[in-house]
Ligand binder design. Structure first.
Ligand code: AMP
Ligand code: GLY
Length: 430
């Protein structure tokens, strides 16, 4: 179905990219995997290339020189900056949406407009670039709880979920008047606050065919019990029992299909991972946001369960040939990923601390430690980011997966390391 001896370049440096590299390097069709720029984990499992994920010119040059058969773009920033378009212009096969289609994540106002046109269930909203208009909108909704969002990319920090009208007003002021996120908050979206549990639905899309992956649930808040500030995600597990098979049918029919159709009508054909961040409300699933890439950390537990060859999936998607695939095969056992973070994250943190115990953690049955913010120095692994490791385990049931993951976490040490202790407890309580 796809050729052998493939040479693949993964772009990015987080936990998502590590799991992508790990899976792709196990494929019988793949002879070499590069990661640009990668982290200590990808340096150990595949081969790192010292090029930044946003250096389009050098990435294109590398892909040409090294005769790369497929580039897999991990993070949103290069997608929104048009890396796919630049690679395709050079005749290189890419898994990841075009700059136009990536606006679905790059602009909240664009995403809301597509959802409205496609009649996708989502929170009521309005977009603003004028402070007075935004403030009077909030005033008119004094009885409602609101969420204020920067239009552009803000590394997961551009969303303020407000309890009071005062908080909403403050958020609007600091985004529009204070330019808190620079140009990313020159425009904002104000929307109704939804109540429920969240779930992440990732689907492979090639413009025509949509293949949903197994479900997962992220933990966005920093601390146990969903307290504290929003983060990039402190842990995830798969499957998410809150999404039943019947609900999945509704999600495909009412959310994924109409969104992909509307993108085509808007001349923004989508190829890559369409990620719907959902709130499961009493009225059913509603979209909180779309992302245009694998979730991080969701990719770690979801891809650990994937039995179908990942290289085949991504290669066929890049060639608009997903319709040739049979049903995907999955390990029925649940998986769980605990993110270990640096002291201070999601605020400021110190880098360069020596991490020990990763090998011992990897020896716990069913465990793989995916690296995120790490760097190799000689043969030492140092922390180099806020989210440092994604300790991921498969188990006979969720309790067993959790036990294994936290057993592995206990092996790992560096100064200031911390993690949430309650990953997946919501599923076990159901
Ligand atoms: P987003 O980047 O839009 O997904 O927002 C980040 C997080 O903010 C989500 O994962 C939710 O936890 C929360 N959030 C976003 N929009 C809403 C909403 N309309 N109602 C409640 N919570 C929200
Ligand atoms: N875990 C949330 C995200 O990838 O956006």
């Amino acid at each position: 179905m796809i050729p052998d001896n493939l040479r693949i370049l993964v772009v990015g440096q987080g936990g998502r990219e590590h799991v992508l590299c790990w899976k792709l390097s196990q494929s019988p069709h793949v002879s070499r995997v590069y990661c640009a720029p990668g982290n200590a984990g990808t340096a150990l499992d595949v081969m790192n290339v010292d090029i930044s994920a946003t250096d389009n010119r050098r990435l294109v040059q590398f892909a040409k020189e090294e005769k790369i058969d497929l580039v897999v773009i991990g993070p949103e920033a290069p997608l929104v900056a048009g890396l796919t378009d630049d690679l395709q212009k050079a005749g290189i096969r890419v898994f990841g949406p075009s700059k136009t289609a990536a606006q679905l994540e790059g602009s909240k106002a664009f995403a809301k407009r597509i959802m409205k046109l496609a009649q996708v269930p989502t929170a009521d909203y309005q977009a603003f670039d004028n402070l007075d208009a935004a403030l009077s909108y909030i005033e008119d909704r004094s009885a409602m709880k609101l969420v204020v969002k920067a239009d552009g990319l803000a590394a997961g920090k551009g969303v303020v979920v407000c309890d009071t009208q005062f908080e909403a007003t403050e958020a609007v002021r600091s985004m529009l008047a204070g330019r808190q996120f620079g140009t990313a908050s020159d425009k904002i979206v104000i929307e109704e606050r939804l109540v429920g549990q969240e779930a992440s639905i990732l689907a492979l899309v090639d413009g025509n065919t949509i293949i949903p992956l197994e479900t997962s649930q992220d933990h966005k808040a920093a601390y146990d019990g969903d307290k504290g500030p929003n983060t990039g995600g402190m842990g995830a597990y798969s499957p998410a029992p809150i999404v039943t098979a019947e609900m999945m049918d509704v999600i495909v029919e009412k959310i994924l299909v109409p969104t992909v159709h509307m993108l085509r009508r808007e001349k923004a054909d989508f190829c890559g991972v369409l990620y719907a961040g959902l709130m499961i409300t009493r009225q059913g699933p509603k979209v909180l946001e779309f992302n245009v890439r694998f979730g991080d950390p969701e990719a770690q537990p979801v891809l650990m369960r994937l039995k179908t060859d990942l290289a085949t999936l991504l290669y066929l998607a890049a060639e608009q040939r997903l319709s040739e695939l049979d049903e995907l095969e999955w390990d029925d056992r649940p998986t769980l990923c605990v993110v270990m973070a640096s002291a201070g994250y999601p605020g400021d943190y110190e880098k360069g601390k020596v991490i020990t115990g990763i090998d011992a953690a990897n020896e716990v049955e069913g465990v793989k430690v995916f690296h995120a913010g790490t760097v190799l120095q000689g043969d030492q692994v140092l922390n180099d980011g806020g989210r440092v490791l994604g300790v991921t385990a498969i188990g006979d049931d969720l309790t067993n997966a959790k036990l294994r993951a936290y057993q592995a976490v206990k092996q790992i040490r560096w100064e200031g390391a911390w993690c949430r202790k309650d990953i997946a407890d919501k599923a076990r309580d159901m």
